[in-house]
Design a protein around this ligand. Structure first.
Ligand SMILES: Cc1cc2nc3c(=O)[nH]c(=O)nc-3n(C[C@H](O)[C@H](O)[C@H](O)COP(=O)(O)OP(=O)(O)OC[C@H]3O[C@@H](n4cnc5c(N)ncnc54)[C@H](O)[C@@H]3O)c2cc1C
Ligand SMILES: *[C@@H]1O[C@H](CO)[C@@H](O)[C@H](O)[C@H]1NC(C)=O
Ligand SMILES: *[C@@H]1O[C@H](CO)[C@@H](O)[C@H](O)[C@H]1NC(C)=O
Ligand SMILES: *[C@@H]1O[C@H](CO)[C@@H](O)[C@H](O)[C@H]1NC(C)=O
Ligand SMILES: *[C@@H]1O[C@H](CO)[C@@H](O)[C@H](O)[C@H]1NC(C)=O
Ligand SMILES: *[C@@H]1O[C@H](CO)[C@@H](O)[C@H](O)[C@H]1NC(C)=O
Length: 495
């Protein structure tokens, strides 16, 4: 059997045309690398040459993927705790793989996965986040529903309880925390947060950098994937069809199918018409003492869905505090505009693009964000001596945010041979063991039915991700990075 060159949706009558001889994947973050791995193991692609391009230097595994990618960090929460049942079930599937830790080569081994439990809290008195301006022709019903953090927490509790109901051992590990005191008790840090919540001991966290390094190793071992270090500056195309990618150094790579999985950078290569927007999220790291490690190392992950603030238990005396929020946008006018929405359109050159310490070594986080991280620390882990200790390091990490927090995994509606896998909306990492296979199914036009609508390319004003409204986000919507950084400059005393 040969794999078929995917047919454009408007001409899908003929589905067994030319074999797919080559695939080019732009971006080796979570979406790109898991897809490369899956393609290399599927018989449909046994004769397809697979190339992955990333800005990072693949000859040096220590900086893989690129050090400013979303997929690189000390920790990522692995939780089936979703208000949405389809993602909850997908994580349930992924956790079967995360929990494999017998052999050192198993995904969950060597500290790559720790099932420390997760405390999810909300605040009953907290109102739903500011609603997005109403727009016509909304994409889906779910886009209309504005969940508050508390609604999200309660729905998530229902969903994890229902997933665990078939297994008494799993079910026993989930417990309601009806007030601040019970929350304080399970945290064990002396702190608390929120007024209602639950603990799910079936959730945990992964060392993201180590898990990506593990995956890179697996992919290399297949011997099937050609890794190229370079920055794609534009997609090559003729009047109807995307045929490849041009790198900053002038090299051009062509392929039968081009998949763009460039994370928060995707909008600078392909005009997504605002369907997915790059948003910057704040992170702070603190060095802690052996004694503090001893206490905090035993805490579960805590996620406040009203504020978006979360703390992951420390390892190696580094504590991380972060915020899952609306984030900052960074609109810039691009010198090379992205690929327009159709062969007869002109793209908007103003796009929110990531700003990271790689292109701005002096980058710090806005004072507003730092103050919130500090507040989380004071509330959730108030160890004396810790709450006022300066952050050792701060970082902006970039999401590709969609309105509903659904991923965007689909063929482009107007260009032939172009596929995108992005719109991670800040929650994709946990799916590392399973998402590549789902993306490959979508490439084969066999997208999982429960995700077909969610992941589809959406057009029209209603699809625009003004900000993500899935109920999981804290902070204020619509903050502009430069404005917030300037505010920081005004309030900080000169040193
Ligand atoms: C602060 C933070 C906390 C998070 N917490 C969680 C969590 O707790 N649980 C969870 O499940 N998920 C979490 N996530 C989300 C998760 O990390 C992301 O969903 C996932 O890593 C996204 O992967 P990606 O492949 O889309 O993007 P990325 O990892 O950013 O990969 C994109 C790649 O494309 C490359 N690229 C971009 N442009 C070009 C170009 N022009 N040419 C060549 N290469 C290019 C980049 O270098 C990069 O390597 C978090 C994310 C952040 C930022
Ligand atoms: C791959 O090529 C081999 C040898 O030409 C052929 O036998 C096989 O059917 C091909 N497989 C696919 C999936 O195209
Ligand atoms: C999961 O949550 C959704 C709300 O998103 C709800 O409609 C559904 O009934 C829940 N599923 C189960 C099995 O509890
Ligand atoms: C969760 O795990 C912690 C630590 O092992 C334990 O003390 C607690 O009782 C567990 N809670 C539930 C509901 O299983
Ligand atoms: C564009 O490129 C595709 C793929 O190479 C080819 O099939 C098609 O004929 C080309 N179209 C034009 C108008 O050149
Ligand atoms: C959790 O959210 C609620 C509501 O916004 C807030 O009152 C509480 O202080 C929050 N905790 C943290 C650490 O932000």
């Amino acid at each position: 059997m040969t794999s078929s060159l995917p047919q454009h949706s408007s001409s899908s009558s003929n589905n067994n045309a030319n074999p797919l001889s080559s695939i080019l994947i732009v971006g080796s973050g979570l979406f790109g690398l898991t897809t490369a791995y899956s393609l290399s193991r599927r018989h449909e692609f046994a004769n397809t040459s697979i190339t992955v391009i990333d800005r990072s230097d693949h000859s040096s595994p220590s900086i893989f993927p690129s050090p400013d990618a979303a997929s690189i960090d000390t920790s990522r929460i692995v939780r089936a705790d979703y208000a949405d049942h389809a993602y909850a079930a997908l994580c349930d599937e992924a956790q079967l793989k995360w929990r494999q830790q017998e052999k050192p080569t198993d995904l969950g081994a060597q500290g790559r996965y720790s099932e420390t439990g997760l405390v999810v809290v909300g605040d009953a008195t907290c109102l739903a986040p500011v609603a997005a301006p109403s727009v016509e022709g909304d994409v889906s019903e779910s886009a209309h529903k504005k969940l508050s953090g508390m609604d999200y927490a309660r729905k998530s509790w229902e969903n994890v309880s229902s997933l665990a109901s078939h297994n008494p051992v799993l079910a026993e590990r989930i417990q309601e925390l009806p007030n601040t005191d019970t929350i304080r008790e399970v945290l064990g840090t002396g702190g608390s947060s929120g007024t209602w919540g639950y603990i799910n001991n079936n959730s945990g966290w992964t060392d993201a950098g180590a898990s990506m390094a593990w995956l890179f190793e697996q992919v290399k071992q297949t011997g099937r994937v050609n890794f190229v270090a370079g920055t794609v500056v534009s997609l090559e195309h003729n009047e109807t069809t995307v045929i490849g990618a041009r790198l900053g150094d002038g090299r051009v790579f062509t392929a039968d199918l081009v998949m763009v999985a460039a994370g928060a950078w995707t909008g600078s290569l392909v005009d997504l018409e605002g369907q997915a927007v790059a948003t910057g999220q704040v992170l702070g790291y603190l060095d802690i003492t052996e004694e503090e490690q001893e206490i905090l190392g035993k805490m579960p992950v805590i996620l406040n869905l009203s504020s978006g603030l979360f703390i992951i238990p420390p390892t190696n005396r580094v504590l991380k505090v972060a915020r899952h929020a609306y984030g900052y946008i960074n609109p810039q006018t691009l010198l090379i505009p992205p690929l327009p929405i159709s062969p007869i359109s002109i793209s908007n050159p103003v796009v929110s693009v990531p700003r990271t310490s790689l292109n701005d070594p002096d980058l710090c986080i806005p004072a507003e964000g730092e103050a919130e991280l500090r507040a989380a620390l004071k509330e959730m882990a108030p160890l004396p001596g810790l709450i006022d200790r300066p952050f050792t390091k701060t970082r902006l990490c970039w999401y590709s945010d969609t309105r509903t927090a659904d991923f965007l995994i689909d063929y482009h509606p107007h260009w032939e041979n172009l596929f995108v896998a992005t719109g991670d909306s800040g929650h994709a990492f946990k799916f590392l063991p399973v998402i590549g296979d789902k993306i490959t199914d979508c490439i084969l036009r066999d997208c999982p039915p429960e995700f077909k609508e969610k992941w589809t390319w959406k057009e029209g004003e209603g699809a625009k991700a003004l900000f993500t409204e899935d109920g999981s986000r804290g902070g204020k919507p619509g903050l502009i990075l430069d404005e917030e950084l300037n505010k920081a400059a005004q309030v900080l005393p000169a040193v």
